[in-house]
Write a protein that binds this ligand. Structure first.
Ligand SMILES: [Cu+2]
Length: 88
């Protein structure tokens, strides 16, 4: 039996990553931004999270097949930093 070829292709095409910007409340210092970053990175499907402490926002790169902007906002809110999805 030679069925190996079928297995190799199953994860070849992932969805294009999307970027969401979250307006985050309560961030006061570097420690806060690290907490927010860690909360976002724990969400399944998050590839990258950048926190801007001055602008009080987070730019998150994620796989839209695995998570959503609303789920990202919920994750920071649960960590003590309520956030909303930034609409442009
Ligand atoms: Cu702080």
């Amino acid at each position: 039996m030679m069925a190996v070829g079928l297995l190799a292709t199953s994860t070849a095409f992932a969805a294009e990553p999307q970027t969401a910007i979250l307006d985050v409340k309560n961030m006061q210092c570097q420690m806060c931004s690290i907490t927010v970053k860690k909360a976002l990175q724990k969400v399944r499907g998050v590839e990258d999270a950048k926190i801007d402490l001055d602008r009080k926002n987070a730019t998150v790169k994620f796989d839209p097949d695995k998570t959503s902007p609303d789920a990202l906002a919920a994750a920071t809110t649960k960590a003590g930093f309520p956030s909303t999805v930034h609409k442009e």
